[in-house]
Design a binder for this molecule. Structure first.
Ligand code: FFO
Ligand code: ATP
Length: 196
């Protein structure tokens, strides 16, 4: 295994442990601040369709943001994890339209759009564990979003990629592999940083 791959695993383990230690009230406070800051981003507020995801556990919260986008008439797409870790997509129809899925995830009921559904997004909210000063992102390691970003590239579409993190998850350097693609902006409860 290359050094960068084993570095990634060590950093992931540290960051997931730090999330597990976050008090629930801190998770709630952060989610409110993240939703407010994310809604101020023109990349998201001007979008007709946003590809997002439903935060679970101590992930930086997206639920308030999903509902606010939907209330504004934005079409919100949510991922459905497939057996090979690639992602299918469905439309968010509100909290009642979410079903418990594997790995503690919540997924949309209703029709599936296919993996190409994400190509209709004007902006993509990408989950992550960390980002560095160049916008290089560390994910959970399933490669699901690596494939989404490669699919967008192949189709020649370049929607803004936005990651929501806690402030301590903006780190000095994420080890990168050739397939990694930088994101355009990171939102933390403390502010927004654009890369470019
Ligand atoms: N909320 C959310 N949805 C998402 C992602 C994500 O990171 N967050 N994904 C990003 O690609 C995809 C799902 N990929 C996943 C890959 C691994 C695990 C995982 O390792 N889960 C742990 C339990 C949860 C935890 O403690 O973190 C497990 O199964 O042991 C979860 C989702 C699509 N949907
Ligand atoms: N376009 C792709 N198609 C298929 N597999 C890929 C693709 N890009 C990367 N992978 C594989 O996915 C695995 C995970 O990659 P990596 O560790 O960079 O994940 P990550 O970016 O942290 O996570 P994620 O993409 O799930 O958020 C690696 O084994 C990598 O080879």
């Amino acid at each position: 295994m290359s050094d960068d791959v084993s570095d990634k695993q060590a950093i992931r383990a540290q960051l997931l442990e730090a999330r597990r230690r976050l008090p629930p009230e801190e998770v709630r406070r952060a989610a409110g601040a993240l939703a407010r800051r994310a809604l101020d981003l023109p990349e998201l507020s001007d979008a007709g369709t946003v590809a997002a995801y439903v935060s679970v556990g101590r992930e930086p919260g997206t639920r308030a943001l999903l509902d606010a986008l939907r209330a504004r008439g934005v079409r919100v797409l949510l991922p459905v994890l497939m057996a090979d870790n690639d992602l299918d997509w469905g439309e968010y129809r509100g909290a009642e339209g979410l079903l418990p899925a594997g790995r503690g995830l919540l997924e949309p009921d209703g029709p599936r759009l296919g993996p190409g559904g994400v190509l209709t997004a004007d902006a993509v909210l990408v989950p992550g564990l960390a980002v560095d000063g160049r916008g290089m992102r560390l994910g959970r390691g399933g490669g699901s979003y690596d494939r989404v970003l490669a699919r967008l590239d192949r189709a020649g579409v370049r929607p803004p990629l936005v990651v929501l993190l806690y402030a301590h998850e903006v780190i000095a350097r994420v080890p990168e592999e050739p397939h990694d693609r930088p994101v355009h902006a990171v939102v933390t409860p403390e502010g927004v940083r654009r890369f470019g």
